[in-house]
Design a binder for this molecule. Structure first.
Ligand SMILES: [Zn+2]
Ligand SMILES: [Zn+2]
Length: 433
């Protein structure tokens, strides 16, 4: 009797276990498949998804009978894209001044309203295929962390957010022109570092608020002070002790050089990097996030800002300089991580605006697959997340997109024609079925 009962129980568990696994399983047929780790396109792959994860990579003949199938055989399937430089809690109009916008936001907009607006901007990334964003400050007092948690718990829909909390900066932050009497306002947006000990403590404060990484201003440009080497070293040492990466806003070559010597993991912008600095970055494996925009974007921006034709003369120089810097960085072997830094309202969604980075890198001479890798696997690697996102392999999150068209020969158009977005195994967009 006991033996029979056990047998029945075993049979029941076997059947129940099987049917349960079947009901959660989805098989995505990829006509073309971007292998981001090896930076190559493969044909006819199948992704087996269960719940929020990729269970296996299969061939078509391995799909079980009566399986739930999503047929993307006419499209290219890629890991969800990553924008490694966003500011979803901040926006300004093209004709507005950055410092004025910052002070207005801090004084005239409640944190609740600011966060709700940020939630809308965050979702717009998912709409266009960015399933993860690295949000790098200008987000009040850890509003980015709150946004991340709200998305993670399912209270709102949005991309995976990796949040830095307030940027660690020297006095004044980036908000130029604030009178001495009102400097406390800057402290609502930046974590102003006052000493080496304070630098260490600021990192601990951020860790206590559960940030995912540390962002510093190596220089405060467009403002005029900067952290010193000892302060940056203290920040990096403390962050690394806790396993967090440090990335540095750095416009001038000098500040980038000092930040690299102090051990930062990444340089944001780096508009004026000299060859010796790029060589140091390659040697020390410091990544670069080039945040320039395309000519298209600059023209739209200039229209909205009301620039005269003379005032647009800078665009050619700007584009040539960014093209030259990107080319030199690639030649020297610097790791390129894709990031937009788009925070100006150009009368489209924030996500759509941020996709300009693909056009900008392409027009600056970067190869399509290299751009894709810098927006997927390489970006994830720079955050020690390449087992989770930016890659389609067993155990990774089911953050999957599909595009229409020819990514190699018609890159910009194809990467902008998103037909399918899945995050965490949940379909967010599907214009195929
Ligand atoms: Zn910056
Ligand atoms: Zn930025």
């Amino acid at each position: 009797m006991l033996k029979n009962s056990l047998l029945l129980l075993a049979l029941f568990l076997l059947c129940f276990g099987n049917s349960n696994a079947q009901s959660n399983a989805t098989y995505i047929i990829a006509g073309t498949f971007y292998d981001s780790q090896n930076n190559t396109l493969l044909k006819d792959q199948v992704l087996h998804i269960e719940d929020s994860e990729i269970k296996a990579l299969l061939k078509r003949q391995d799909i079980p009978n009566n399986a739930h199938i999503i047929d993307l055989s006419s499209y290219t399937v890629l890991p969800g894209l990553i924008d490694a430089h966003t500011h979803v809690l901040f926006s300004q109009d093209a004709n507005e001044d950055f410092a004025e916008s910052s002070i207005n936001t801090l004084t005239l907009v409640s944190e609740a309203l600011r966060t709700l607006r940020g939630a809308k901007r965050a979702k717009s990334y998912l709409d266009v295929g960015f399933t993860s964003i690295k949000d790098l400050g200008n987000s009040g007092q850890f509003l980015d962390v709150a946004l991340r948690d709200a998305i993670d718990e399912g209270s709102i829909i949005g991309p995976r957010v990796y949040a830095s909390g307030p940027i660690l900066s020297s006095v004044g932050g980036q908000i130029y022109g604030v009178s001495h009497k009102h400097q406390h306002l800057v402290g609502l947006e930046y974590r102003v570092i006052t000493s080496v000990d304070d630098a260490r403590n600021s990192v601990r404060e951020h860790i206590n608020q559960n940030v995912d990484l540390i962002k510093i201003c190596a220089d405060n440009i467009p403002n005029n002070t900067r952290l010193n080497s000892a302060e940056i070293t203290a920040i990096v040492e403390t962050a690394h002790q806790y396993g967090l990466k440090v990335t540095a806003h750095s416009i001038s070559n000098q500040s980038a050089w000092e930040a690299i010597q102090a051990g930062v993991d990444g340089i944001e912008h780096g508009f004026f990097l000299e060859d010796s600095t790029l060589t140091a970055m390659a040697t020390k494996n410091v990544f670069l996030v080039p945040t320039e925009n395309s000519r298209n974007y600059m023209n739209t921006y200039s229209d909205l800002a009301g620039y005269t034709s003379e005032e647009r003369d800078f665009i050619d120089g700007y584009l040539n300089r960014s093209k030259d810097r990107l080319k030199r960085a690639i030649e020297k072997g610097v790791t390129i991580v894709a990031g937009s830094d788009n925070y100006t309202d150009i009368k489209t969604t924030r996500g759509a605006s941020s996709k300009d980075l693909f056009r900008a890198y392409f027009e600056a001479g970067m190869a399509p697959l290299d751009i894709l890798q810098s927006a997927t696997f390489v970006s994830a690697q720079a955050m020690n997340q390449d087992h989770v996102i930016g890659v389609l392999k067993t155990g990774a999150k089911a953050d999957i997109i599909a595009v229409k068209g020819d990514l190699i020969n018609d890159f910009v158009s194809s990467i902008n024609t998103i037909v399918f977005v899945m995050k965490d195994g949940q379909i967010h967009l599907n214009t195929v079925e």
